[in-house]
Design a protein around this ligand. Structure first.
Ligand SMILES: *Cc1c(COP(=O)(O)O)cnc(C)c1O
Length: 489
């Protein structure tokens, strides 16, 4: 399997292997890596996969994309990652053995609504599903090259803690994670700062999230420093993260159906388009997915595109802080992967359109006369639909799900369920992806239900644990010095 950039005009001779792109972010031309073609899964394979455990299924799918890693090694990595011990924080009635438990919420007029729980890992959000694999893959790849990596990131919550829990104690890896000092919730702060592993460094910046991001950019733009200090990232455009997410679409399909003639639809609470991009890839591989429904919050960049064909990124003063904060985005960094397929894999046009985003702030695929193309008319053939949700919708949905189905869901999942209700069809099960646990967003739960969200065992007193972090001013120079002193490079 060879990988190409979404912006490469000429595909010949530019292919890279999975291991070559594993530790990389963007391609050198500014594009995102994509497989040269999608491996197709046959009905016979699907039949055989119905009997597999989650780890076994992950191995079968991964080996199609990571064909330059010896199979025995890949199998061991999948087995080590997807264990009931790692994904132990399950809801009452679910079993940790399932890794990603699927439950029926209800069925009315032939419309079945299901929930796929993806947030049972150490940080109680779906990002653990991919990040835990990434930690093991990184450690494996670095040890083969006898190399080391210093991960530098900025976080306002979920991504940073998922990265730290994936990389803690890993040989050859250090994590330097910047977060805005005293701006995260007490729970999120405690999750990150209570880690005592010597390879994890929490740096609390006396500023806001954008200041943290600017420091990461400033450090990364100093190329000689970046090379000498072996600086890398783990952001959502990493290809291995997307592939790891493909696995649970297959898993959910195989659990929801008895026969490959049946179809299912998915609704996905979306921000950077990473999660639902994996659903698109599963569908391209031949998984019988009817529709892929993108659910956004008030930050509706994606809903706007799937309704109108116009992709218009937002400025920071048009990006709202909402009660589903992990979906508060101004542009969707993985969206370019879908656009690449939508435009018939024409890298030159993708490159042109995303450069236009930098200058004009938008592109329009609704009409080739007055816009930039007419490919919007092809969107339905990829199964995509969309909807949006507001704070009032989230509160109402958390209440309704609690009273009708007897479970507490988090605000992001509520955005998903609200939109799923609007897109359900008779005879096709609708599976909503649960992207976080309610305990992480207790304020909103309290507002909706008038009581606190219950916490999984072991998290009861997380705010009381000793914390390990360093406070620093908004100063890239100080951060650079801090890293260099720790790495000795
Ligand atoms: C990251 C995240 C999302 C958005 O996922 P994308 O892959 O960026 O679309 C949704 N919900 C939660 C809880 C998240 O952490």
């Amino acid at each position: 399997m060879q990988y190409v950039s979404t912006r490469a005009g000429d595909k010949n001779g530019t292919g890279k292997s999975f291991s070559q792109i594993l530790l990389e972010g963007l391609a050198p031309d500014g594009g995102l890596y994509m497989p040269e073609s999608y491996p197709v899964v046959t009905g016979r394979e699907l039949d055989a996969w119905r009997k597999l455990s989650y780890a076994e299924l992950a191995f079968e799918i991964l080996k199609k994309f990571a064909d330059d890693i010896p199979e025995a090694d890949l199998k061991a990595l999948a087995q080590k990652t997807y264990t009931p011990e790692v994904y132990c924080n399950v809801r009452e009635g679910d079993t940790a053995q399932d890794i990603a438990p699927l439950r029926v919420l209800g069925e009315k007029d032939g419309k079945k609504l299901m929930l796929l729980s993806l947030s049972n890992g150490p940080t109680l959000a779906f990002k653990d599903m991919a990040m835990q694999l990434l930690g093991n893959l990184f450690e494996y790849a670095l040890s083969r090259q006898n190399a080391e990596l210093n991960i530098l990131g900025a976080t306002s919550g979920d991504t940073g803690s998922a990265a730290e829990y994936a990389m803690r104690g890993k040989k050859g890896i250090r994590v330097f994670m910047l977060s805005p000092y005293r701006k995260m919730s007490a729970f999120q702060t405690a999750q990150m700062f209570s880690l005592q592993d010597p390879n994890i460094y929490n740096i609390a910046i006396e500023g806001v999230f954008d200041d943290c991001q600017d420091i990461v950019k400033a450090v990364s733009n100093d190329l000689s420093y970046k090379t000498r200090q072996k600086i890398g990232t783990v952001n959502s455009i990493n290809w291995a993260r997307v592939v790891a997410q493909v696995v649970y679409y297959f898993r959910a399909y195989l659990k929801a159906t008895a026969d490959n003639s049946e179809k299912v639809s998915f609704t996905v609470p979306s921000g950077n388009f990473g999660n639902i991009c994996a659903g698109h890839i599963a569908r391209m591989m031949g998984l019988p997915i009817d529709r892929l429904v993108v659910a956004t919050n008030e930050n509706d960049v994606l809903d706007e595109f799937f309704r109108s064909g116009v992709y218009r990124v937002r400025k920071s003063d048009e990006t709202w802080h909402t009660s589903s904060p992990s979906m508060d985005i101004s542009k969707a960094s993985n969206f370019e992967r879908f656009v690449y397929d939508l435009l018939g894999r024409d890298g030159r046009r993708v490159s042109h359109l995303f450069r236009q985003i930098e200058t004009k702030g938008f592109f329009d695929l609704s009409d080739s006369q007055k816009g930039d193309g007419d490919e919007f008319s092809r969107v339905p053939s990829y199964g995509f639909e969309s909807g949006k949700s507001t704070h009032a919708d989230r509160i109402a949905t958390i209440r309704k799900v609690s009273s009708e189905y007897g479970i507490t869901i988090d605000p992001h999942t509520a955005d998903g369920i609200k939109v799923a209700w609007e897109h359900q069809q008779k005879g096709v099960p609708m599976i909503v992806l649960e992207t976080a646990q309610a305990a992480k967003f207790n304020e909103t739960i309290f507002e909706a239900l008038g009581h606190n969200a219950s916490r999984p065992a072991g998290f009861e007193n997380i705010e009381g644990l000793p914390q390990r972090f360093t406070v620093m001013p908004v100063d890239a120079g100080e951060v650079k010095k801090f890293i260099a002193e720790r790495t000795g490079l």
